[in-house]
Design a protein around this ligand. Sequence first.
Ligand code: ACO
Ligand code: KIV
Ligand code: MG
Length: 514
Amino acid sequence: MPIIKFFDTTLRDGEQSPGVNLNKEEKLQIAKQLERYGMDRIEAGFPASSKGDFEAVQAIAQNIKKSTVLGLARTVKSDIDAVYEAVKDAAKPAIHVFIATSPIHMKYKLKKSPEEVVETAVSMVRYAKEKFNHVEWSAEDATRSDIAFLAEIIEKVIDAGATVINLPDTVGYATPEDYGSMFRYIKENVPNIDKVELSCHCHNDLGLAAANTLSAIQNGVTQVEGAINGIGERAGNVALEEVALALHVRSDYFPYASSLKFDETKRTSDLVSKLTGMYVQANKAIVGRNAFSHESGIHQDGVLKHAETYEIITPALVGVTPNTLFLGKHSGRHAFKDKVNTFGIELTEAELKEAFEQFKQLTDHKKEVTDDDIYAIVMEIKTDSSNIDKYELIQFGVSYDTQDTPSATVVLKAPNGVNVEATEYGSGSVEALYKTINSLIDEEITLTDYQLNSVGGGKDALAEAHVQIKINEQINNGRGTAQDVLQASANALIQAINRYYVQKKATIKQLVHE
Ligand SMILES: CC(=O)SCCNC(=O)CCNC(=O)[C@H](O)C(C)(C)COP(=O)(O)OP(=O)(O)OC[C@H]1O[C@@H](n2cnc3c(N)ncnc32)[C@H](O)[C@@H]1OP(=O)(O)O
Ligand SMILES: CC(C)C(=O)C(=O)O
Ligand SMILES: [Mg+2]
């Protein structure tokens, strides 16, 4: 069976989702999970965009062994050099170079004539080829480009050394029929097309990303680009898990194989959702909370009699399995470590100790600690970048009375080791708490997003808060998990504040260096 290669851009295009801002450790954890999922290619970031992204791509390149690791570059020498420096230690390093080919992008954005765009693309692919065997070239906004011009530039970049040609539907404008026919035309009209792999990259502005991707596959594409949970710029990229399952479930129609391990689907989706703060809608295909639930009597009756009456995908196929082993108050270190190992997350001894202590504290309040609870604890420890001096929450109290204005008193340990305390009022408990915490730090915080979710089931489920804050125009995310919603909210805000200070410190260091 022909193979379809899966190219994941969660860490690049996915991270371009408004408000998503992953730190190095978070990107690395996602990359490791993508590798476990069987992803052929991982686009780790855009190294020229920032020092932080450069370092994240570099860390991924140094740690990922099975998947190809790529970085994105404009057709600019310094971008290509940055990708090379970031991924050169990878087991399978590669570069992705792009330039727009549509009249509107060439004229208004690039301010280049079509001839100049051809010249730039060819010379920069040639330059990239001096450093990489694997050179992917993308014609940004391919679907609004003149098709004859597209054929001409593709032939030339192939001659210059490109090994993969990607034709993105950058603004999600295509329909399945015209996206498929674009690839058919290119296959029939570019004489050297057989020397390269053809790739598709669909955005979901009209909700057609999955249909367009499948149409591209039927018209000769052998690489699919997309992001987990469909995150990405504007309405997002195609959700790779949807394409993978469509190919698998409808193999009668799409006779293609892939290297993805379907039973890692749910775990990958959960990790991306938690770390990006982009929660998955309940009715989302494949990974939504309701994707395998049956509500109405007739459906439930059918499923009880024969699951296939209403289920075309078994939950187990995508890694949705009931919790079998519950850990609780009487569980020890070994069982805990065993459980953490099943997540595929490596913890240092110190991290394991901290995670175990938090787990034990939780068992005092919660009868059954679920896999989701433990996963939340472990991920919070693993991705807390701040092994720097930081703000620490020592104690807080909130007073809420329907007849009175809510107030909060908070004690924080400041980075200089001194405890500071304040009391403030707000229109609700969370506002009072957040105003008090803000009064204890030097900067003005604007809360731009606040979300609260429950992790795991039951009335004693953990609360998970996700916040996005703005300090001095810099956006930072924070996550907090706790038994209590206010504790989770406070933890999330303090994590975001600490991340701001980590970045501020890094910028100051960089400036001193320069
Ligand atoms: C379709 C996509 O998803 S493309 C990827 C989008 N991702 C990102 O932009 C995230 C990372 N980007 C960044 O951090 C910044 O935009 C940087 C570092 C790349 C560039 O920053 P700046 O130098 O400040 O430029 P700015 O972003 O304002 O403008 C982009 C410039 O790149 C040019 N440009 C855009 N695409 C390309 C390209 N493929 N090749 C060459 N130049 C390009 C634009 O014409 C513009 O040039 P100009 O300054 O001469 O007008
Ligand atoms: C950089 C390119 C491939 C892109 O993301 C797009 O065109 O959507
Ligand atoms: Mg894109």
